[in-house]
Design a protein around this ligand. Structure first.
Ligand code: BES
Ligand code: MN
Ligand code: ZN
Length: 490
């Protein structure tokens, strides 16, 4: 895959401003005087920059907002993007400023006059995150993006600070590509192949095929894929950058490459969005990519259950009873509640095999989660306050909305089955919490665990600050930071 953005870092060169033929970005602190680059642009443009900065529109500009001077006289540039950004900008407004640059630039080459700005690396990260289009299946109008040159007073320092950020942005783009990809392209086999390709980054990647899954007893996971011509798979990605033989953190993802609902078929309206039902697996894969690219000093294992939920003469029926690897029997009331059947086996396997220090699972698990929190927050369910707070803090720091949701015995009781140990749905009330309680059954007594229901945040219908509409990559940055803050050795 291509890099999230290619930037060359160079020393500030004011003479480059007059001759740049693409766009020029310059930063203005509304409380302070214009910096050198802004003064140069003002002079070249015969005062146009100052008139903009003193205008009513600019008075209303919030940190990170951009205003355009189009085809300024006296310059070769198509436009100057004048960005309101305080010298002491916080991380979020610096990233927003970078994202504004990415939105404005289109196919143009770009000269960014970051000068001495303290948050230049965050500006670059915002640029990288927003510099994303999913145009793999467009035959026309593909932007061939021009070069980006970022000019700073200490370009080596800015480049050093930006490099790990770009690793994370590449992880985010990888997740978005997987989530946006249609299901006839991203079959279980294609998904596994793309993960195997990450061995070149230093990850160890194992693919467990159906015969192996059957031997392990993963009857719940396998029951979901019975109706599909695509074989079910579990892919295990190992990143061992930490202390030798130290237990890893485990990340587990739901990878339903398409969810028709199975025999409990979904209605046609909106079913096309179920190409994103591998979003949890997509995030796990993006985090593993980011950790490998930035050579994180941590041991992390990522496991994804890849299946396709289709109706057919061989598909699981409502009323069927299946046996999970843990041994529990499950009455499948609704074949559309398939994500939990996939996760329960992969989660059990992850704990048995790796004895992880903690386990985080991610899944586009329930429509009820979307009803509860919409598209601004993912739901976090946990049996361990300290572990959960590690995640919530990291998510807040990365501006990825997350909100703690309840578990409880009452929800677990909704899953009692007449004929088996448990059933796979708990009725309408608290659908996200009953789903979480289903998974909880498969979590060991002392295992710190967080379940993230990302049904509402994996894909959005309108663009956000950091992503165009479509897949967001929500969670990659938070989990990367959680690893950096708590699981790395010095
Ligand atoms: N993949 C869906 C959940 C989903 C819904 C994700 C909307 C993203 C957007 C999941 O497999 C599902 O179908 N869940 C059912 C569970 C129900 C049958 C208990 C649901 O939420 O309706
Ligand atoms: Mn479903
Ligand atoms: Zn699903």
């Amino acid at each position: 895959m291509s890099k999230p953005v290619s930037i060359s870092f160079m020393a500030t060169d004011l003479d480059a401003i007059a001759v740049e033929e693409g766009r020029v970005a310059v930063f203005v602190d509304k409380e302070a005087s214009l910096d050198q680059a802004a003064r140069r642009i003002n002079r070249l443009s015969k005062g146009a920059l100052e008139r903009l900065v003193k205008s009513d529109v600019f008075a209303k500009a919030k940190p990170g907002d951009a205003h355009v001077l189009a085809y300024p006289a006296g310059m070769a540039a198509k436009a100057v993007d004048v960005i309101a950004l305080p010298k002491r900008a916080d991380q979020e407004s610096a990233r927003k400023a970078g994202a504004a640059i990415a939105r404005a630039r289109g196919a143009s080459s770009m000269l960014i006059m970051a000068g001495p700005h303290r948050k230049a690396a965050d500006i670059a990260l915002g640029l990288a995150l927003r510099n994303y289009d999913f145009d793999a299946h467009k035959t026309a109008n593909k932007d061939d993006k021009g070069a980006v040159r970022l000019m700073a007073n200490k370009p080596e320092d800015v480049e050093a600070a930006t490099t790990p950020h770009l690793a994370v942005a590449e992880g985010v783009h990888f997740t978005r590509d997987l989530v946006n990809e249609p299901a006839n392209v991203l079959t279980t086999t294609e998904f596994a192949n793309r993960l195997a390709d990450m061995e070149t980054l230093g990850l160890k990647v194992e693919i467990l095929e159906e015969d192996k899954l059957a031997e392990l007893g993963m009857g719940a996971l396998l029951s979901v894929g019975l109706g599909s011509d695509s074989p079910s798979k579990v892919v295990v990605m190992h990143w061992n950058g930490g202390a030798k033989d130290a237990s890893p953190l485990a990340l587990v993802g739901k990878g339903v490459v398409f969810d028709t609902g199975g025999i409990s078929l979904k209605p046609a309206g909106g079913m096309e969005d179920m190409t994103m039902d591998m979003g949890g697996a997509g995030v796990v894969s993006g985090v593993m990519r980011a950790l490998a690219l930035r050579k994180a000093k941590a041991n992390v294992v990522g496991l994804v259950g890849l299946v396709e939920n289709m109706p057919s003469g061989r598909a699981t029926r409502p009323g069927d009873v299946v046996t999970a690897m843990k041994g529990d029997t499950i009455e499948v009331i609704n074949t559309d509640a398939e994500g939990r059947l996939v996760l329960c086996d992969v989660m059990h396997y992850a704990q048995e095999r790796f004895k992880p220090v903690g386990m985080v699972d991610l899944a586009t698990l329930t429509g009820a989660m979307v009803v509860a929190l919409g598209h601004d927050n993912g739901g976090a369910f946990s049996n361990d306050d300290a572990f959960c707070n590690q995640f919530l803090k990291a998510a807040a720091a990365e501006n990825e909305g997350a909100w703690r949701m309840p578990l409880g015995k009452g929800y677990a009781d909704q899953l009692k089955s007449r004929i088996a140990d448990v059933k796979n749905v708990g009725g309408r009330p608290a659908g996200a919490s009953t789903a979480a309680e289903f998974l909880h059954r498969f979590v060991g007594e002392d295992m710190p665990w967080i379940h993230l229901d990302i049904a509402g945040v994996a894909l959005v219908k309108s663009g956000t600050d950091m992503a165009p509409k479509g897949a967001t990559g929500w969670g990659v940055m938070a989990l990367n930071r959680m690893v950096a803050d708590h699981y790395e050795v010095d």
